[in-house]
Design a protein around this ligand. Structure first.
Ligand SMILES: Nc1ncnc2c1ncn2[C@@H]1O[C@H](COP(=O)(O)OP(=O)(O)OP(=O)(O)O)[C@@H](O)[C@H]1O
Ligand SMILES: Nc1nc2c(ncn2[C@@H]2O[C@H](COP(=O)(O)O)[C@@H](O)[C@H]2O)c(=O)[nH]1
Length: 196
C-alpha cells in the first residue's frame, strides 16, 4: 500500500534539507513539487523546487479544483497539485508532501490515513539561527516566519510522529524519518488513503 507522507514543520526547520537527503536514497518515493506565488530564491528552478505561478494563474487552479489543498503563508499562496498526487499514488509509489501546518490540517481532514510527521528544531533559537544563516528573507519577513513558527510548534501534538532536527544532526533526523517509514510498512492494518 503506498503511503501518503506529510512532512510539516516551521520554516527553516530543515524540511527541504531532509527531503534532499531522502531523494538520494533512490527508493520508490515521489516527492510532490507544489505550486507557489512567491518569487524563486537564488538557485531555485521552476518545476524542480516549486511550480512558480502568478497570482491569477494560481487563483484559476484553485477555482478549477486542481489543488488538493492550498494555504496562504506569510502573504504568499502555496498549493498541492491534485493530479501529481493521484498519478504518483497510482504507480504504487509512496508520495511525500512538504507543506506547512495549515496544509497538514487540510490533508488530515481529507485523508486521515495519511502519515503525518512533524519536523521540529532543537529550540526556537536554533530555528532563528538557521533562518538567519539561510539569508533568503528580509529581517521583517524572517521575524514574521518566526512568529508563525511559534504558533506552529504548539501544534506538533496533532501529528503521528515528531522528529527533532537538531543543529548539525540532519543525518539523525533523516534516519528517524526513514525508520518511521520502515515501521509503517510493517503495520498489521496498513494506512489506506482515500480522498473524500
Ligand atoms: N540539522 C541542521 N543543522 C544545521 N543546519 C541545518 C540543519 N538542517 C537544515 N539546516 C539548514 O537550515 C536552513 C533551513 O533549512 P531548509 O531550507 O531545509 O528548511 P525548510 O524547513 O525547508 O524551510 P522552508 O519551509 O522555509 O522552505 C538551510 O540553510 C539548511 O541547510
Ligand atoms: N499548505 C502548503 N504549504 C506549502 C506548500 N508548499 C510549500 N509549503 C510550505 O510553505 C512554507 C513556506 O515555504 P517557503 O518555500 O516559502 O519557505 C513552508 O512551510 C513550506 O513547507 C503547499 O503546497 N501547501
Amino acid at each position: 500500500m503506498p503511503l501518503l507522507v506529510v512532512i510539516s514543520g516551521p520554516s527553516g526547520v530543515g524540511k527541504d534539507a531532509a527531503i534532499a537527503e531522502l531523494k538520494k536514497k533512490d527508493k520508490p518515493w515521489h516527492f510532490v513539487v507544489t505550486a507557489t506565488t512567491r518569487a524563486p530564491r537564488p538557485g531555485e528552478s521552476d518545476g524542480i523546487d516549486y511550480i512558480f505561478l502568478d497570482e491569477g494563474t494560481f487563483k484559476k487552479l484553485r477555482e478549477d479544483d486542481q489543488l488538493l489543498e492550498s494555504a496562504e503563508y506569510a502573504g504568499r499562496w502555496y498549493g498541492v497539485p491534485r493530479s501529481q498526487v493521484a498519478e504518483a499514488m497510482e504507480t504504487g509509489k509512496d508520495v511525500f508532501l512538504k507543506i506547512d501546518v495549515q496544509g497538514a490540517e487540510s490533508i488530515r481532514a481529507l485523508a486521515p490515513e495519511a502519515l503525518f510527521i512533524f519536523l521540529a528544531p532543537g529550540s526556537i533559537e536554533e530555528l532563528a539561527g538557521r533562518l538567519n544563516r539561510r539569508q533568503t528573507e528580509t529581517p521583517e519577513e524572517l521575524e514574521r516566519r518566526l512568529q508563525i513558527a511559534r504558533q506552529e510548534l504548539a501544534l506538533a501534538g496533532q501529528y503521528d510522529y515528531c522528529v527533532v532536527n537538531r543543529d548539525d544532526s540532519l543525518d539523525q533526523a533523516v534516519a528517524e524519518i526513514e525508520a518511521i517509514i520502515v515501521a509503517e510498512k510493517c503495520r498489521v492494518r496498513p494506512r489506506i488513503v482515500r480522498f473524500s
